[in-house]
Design a protein around this ligand. Structure first.
Ligand code: ARG
Length: 465
């Protein structure tokens, strides 16, 4: 095995090491297979750092421009797939620096890292990358809400049973259901915008832990990289992964909501409900049962939410016992983050696709409305005649009981039968059996009447701009 060991002197940090790495250790230690995704961010950070060191008098104008040109070439090599990974390229930072030195020579390349640490580099790279990803996801989330709002506007006349405990409760507009989820997604949009602000802070110039010894202009580097501001404590800046936690919390919260949304649609698309049908593009068949059309897209959304929560819980466990500032354990924050962003982003795209291509069956929805869902209307009717609600509730309960006793749905009771329950149920009581009326009566803000639903549409439109 010894012969396979790499000579540590060749590693960028190899000065004090005499023995090489065990090959398994080398692979265990390496993050390049996944942190190469940050190549452009790493190079942008290096150019900003070199510029600041030039302005500090640490690099000459010629050295800076050689480094800048060299790094640009490294970036092109990554972009066009010609970058040659070498065995000692431990991570994206060492790989980029090694290649830079090959291009511009060790004399100049070796000056890039003056006053700098990979600890600040990885934190900077991750934040820069994440900022862009979160902005992309913000766009996806807005699109999802947009589709829900557009359907809500178009399909405002359609009624469905509203459920509590998955029991038929009161009639509501289909649009109200659409907007209920869109409102939850909008809360995530709001949170996301907050998260982005805190992600977009610069740790660059904090060194390995103690700060920069050459009075580097951190503000200038932050500005060049498009950061909104600085992290103000170097120990904190290099050991902090709040920006990852917050992202994973946010993503988990979104996945929790989209999972419940998916569950509703899985139920609504079952043969028993038949309210909606998924487009072929988002369903699959069974290899055994030809009649089956499965809502795989929705089941995957529901399933992947568990995976997203796992990223969050896993990272909490990884970090909870770490001593102050950078420890190699922090490298383990990268992969969960990458997978989380992909999972959440893909789920948003799939959800938007499902919702925009969904067929609804208003007749089926209407047929599922049951007269019992109007029982409360009798109590409300009596309240309008001055009867205390508790008493009205009792009387409407007796209407339900009578229908049960007669073995007929509530709307099959005759006017006389209704009147026999209580004398205050007058000739106009039959209006209580009108679903549309029941829905339109819920006109206070947030309700399911047409006007209240339209108000919600406006609120959401304001948020997605
Ligand atoms: N690949 C490392 C990471 O992702 C970069 C920082 C390495 N720092 C160190 N002191 N070994 O965390």
């Amino acid at each position: 095995m010894a012969s396979e060991k790499k000579v540590a002197e060749n590693m960028l940090w190899g000065g004090r090491f005499t023995e090489g790495l065990d090959p398994i250790m080398e692979q265990y230690n390496a993050s390049l297979p996944y942190d190469r995704i940050f190549y452009a961010q790493d190079i942008a950070g290096s150019i900003a750092f070199a510029r600041a060191n030039y302005n500090n008098g640490i690099l000459t104008a010629e050295e800076f421009s050689a480094i800048q040109r060299g790094l640009q070439q490294v970036k092109e090599e990554w972009a066009n797939g010609t970058f040659q990974v070498k065995p000692n390229d431990e991570d994206i930072h060492t790989a980029n620096e090694r290649r830079l030195s090959e291009i511009v020579g060790k004399e100049i390349g070796g000056k890039l890292h003056t006053g700098r640490s990979r600890n600040e580099q990885i934190a900077t790279d991750m934040r820069l990358w994440l900022r862009e990803e979160l902005r992309r996801l913000e766009g996806y989330l807005k699109d999802l809400i947009k589709v829900a709002v557009a359907r809500a506007e178009r399909e405002i006349d359609v009624l469905i049973p509203g459920y509590t405990h998955l029991q038929k409760a009161q009639p509501v507009r289909w649009s109200h259901w659409l907007l209920s989820h869109a409102t939850g997604f909008a809360a995530e949009l709001d949170r996301l915008r907050e998260v982005i602000k805190r992600v977009n802070r610069s740790p660059l110039g904090c060194g390995a832990l103690a700060g920069n010894p050459f009075n580097i202009d951190r503000e200038a580097m932050a500005k060049e990289l498009g950061f909104d501001g600085l992290l103000y404590n170097s120990l904190n800046a290099v050991g902090d992964r709040d920006f990852v936690f917050e992202t994973l919390q946010w993503g988990s919260s979104f996945m929790l909501k989209i999972s419940r949304w998916a569950e509703d649609l899985i139920i609504y698309s079952s043969l028993e409900f038949g309210f909606v049908r998924l487009a072929d593009a988002y369903s699959t068949g069974s290899s055994l049962m030809p009649q089956k059309k499965n809502a795989d897209s929705l089941e995957l959304i529901r399933g992947k939410s568990g995976r997203a929560f796992g990223h969050m819980a896993g990272l909490y466990c990884t970090i909870k016992g770490l001593p102050t500032t950078y420890n190699k354990d922090l490298q383990e924050s990268v992969e969960p983050l990458l997978d989380h962003i992909k999972t959440v982003g893909d789920s948003m795209l799939i959800a938007t696709g499902v919702l925009s291509t969904l067929t609804i069956f208003p007749d089926k929805m209407r047929a599922a409305l049951a007269p019992e869902m109007l029982a409360t209307e009798f109590a409300d009717y009596l309240v309008r005649k001055g009867v205390p609600f508790r008493e009205g509730h009792h009387i409407s309960g007796r209407v339900v009981a009578l229908a049960e006793k007669e073995g007929v749905p509530m709307d099959q009771l005759s006017l006389e039968q209704l009147k026999s329950v209580d004398a205050r149920l007058g000739d106009d009581v039959l209006e209580c059996l009108d679903y549309e009326r029941a829905v339109e009566l819920k006109s206070a803000v947030g309700g399911t009447s047409k006007s209240a639903v339209r108000e919600q549409i406006e609120v959401l439109k304001g948020l997605i701009g």
